[in-house]
Write a protein that binds this ligand. Structure first.
Ligand SMILES: [Zn+2]
Ligand SMILES: [Zn+2]
Length: 325
């Protein structure tokens, strides 16, 4: 084979330029200076209302976005009010996957905000398959998200679907559909999808999508339910933003029914990935958070159970209530 030969024929300066471009591709991307995450929906609440659901406000330099919309129609609206957060200044929404506990507030929030500011929550990002019809075991179909989308577009909202890893704001990425390299199976097989050849197949929530923020300190990962698996998600991120460690993982990671062996395997891989801050909210499981803290030898304040009103700041780490710090 003479594959190497043409490369050797390149002038030395071109060869150096090629090496420089391939190793410095990440440094050409926007890197956020400030990142703040505020939890607006999860089970534990010292302020506001606790519920089975997830939502967080993400502030990246001058941009703001809402990640997930809570499990009940008004939870995020009420909690934002109690925490003095003005959602009318937030133009963008990312929905992690189709499940009700992340999407129930979607229309309520948009309708409540549109009269204050037409651009508020006017752009919604989802992954492909989010709007596909789901079927229950007795064959009944549900197209709730499709119906929601029609009502959302009617308010003037715009929906953007992602199959691939993509930058949606400077330094802010969505993962799109996450390849399932490892068999993490962090979901319950509750619903079915129809395959292209019209057969029922297990709904492994192919639309499960996370958010990634690039900072000088490293990458910040925000997850809704983590059905794709946190290690599959980090593997996918590492492939797309090579050379950057995920230093913070925040959100729901669906480890609540995982065995001790699965949690240890997850923790081993989080350690290899370089995770220094971990907030397990929503479906992560309280004991799973403590096991991860132990396996990763993290300080109490750097590995916490998420609670409504808790914040993460890229410069100062977590600020939590008395109940969970
Ligand atoms: Zn879910
Ligand atoms: Zn969930």
């Amino acid at each position: 084979m003479n594959i190497a030969f043409p490369l050797c024929k390149k002038p030395f300066s071109i060869l150096l330029l090629t090496i420089f471009l391939s190793t410095s591709s990440f440094s050409q991307h926007y890197v956020a200076k400030d990142v703040k995450v505020t939890i607006l929906s999860t089970m534990l609440a010292q302020q506001g209302i606790g519920e089975w659901g997830f939502s967080a406000l993400i502030e990246v330099d001058s941009n703001k976005l809402l990640f997930d919309a809570g499990g009940r129609e008004r939870t995020v609206l009420e909690n934002a009010k109690e925490l003095n957060i003005d959602l009318s200044t937030v133009p963008t929404l990312v929905l992690s996957h189709w499940h009700d506990d992340h999407t129930k507030g979607w229309l309520t929030l948009r309708k409540a905000m549109v009269s204050v500011a037409p651009t508020a929550l006017s752009k919604t990002h989802v992954a492909k398959v989010f709007f596909d019809v789901r079927f229950s075991n007795d064959g009944k179909d549900s197209s709730s998200r499709k119906k929601d989308s029609t009502a959302y577009v009617y308010t003037g909202g715009k929906i953007i679907e992602h199959r691939f890893f993509e930058e949606i704001l400077p330094g802010v990425y969505v993962t799109g559909n996450v390849p399932r390299v490892y068999n993490e199976k962090n979901y319950y097989p509750e619903a079915k999808l129809k395959s292209a050849d019209n057969h029922f197949i297990e709904d492994n929530i192919p639309d499960d999508m996370s958010l990634v923020i690039a900072t000088k300190e490293g990458l910040v990962l925000i997850s809704g339910c983590g059905h794709a698996g946190i290690i599959n998600t980090i593997t996918h991120i590492n492939k797309n933003l090579a050379g950057q460690s995920v230093i913070a993982a925040i959100g729901g990671f669906h480890l609540l029914k995982s065995s001790d062996e699965q949690i240890q395997w997850t923790a081993d891989n989080l350690k290899k990935a370089g995770v220094k801050y971990f907030m397990g909210a929503h479906c992560t499981g309280i004991d799973a958070v403590y096991q991860i803290r132990n396996y990763l030898s993290l300080k109490r304040g750097d590995c916490v159970v998420g609670s409504v009103g808790d914040t993460f700041d890229i410069h100062n780490g977590f600020t939590c209530g008395d109940l969970n710090r």
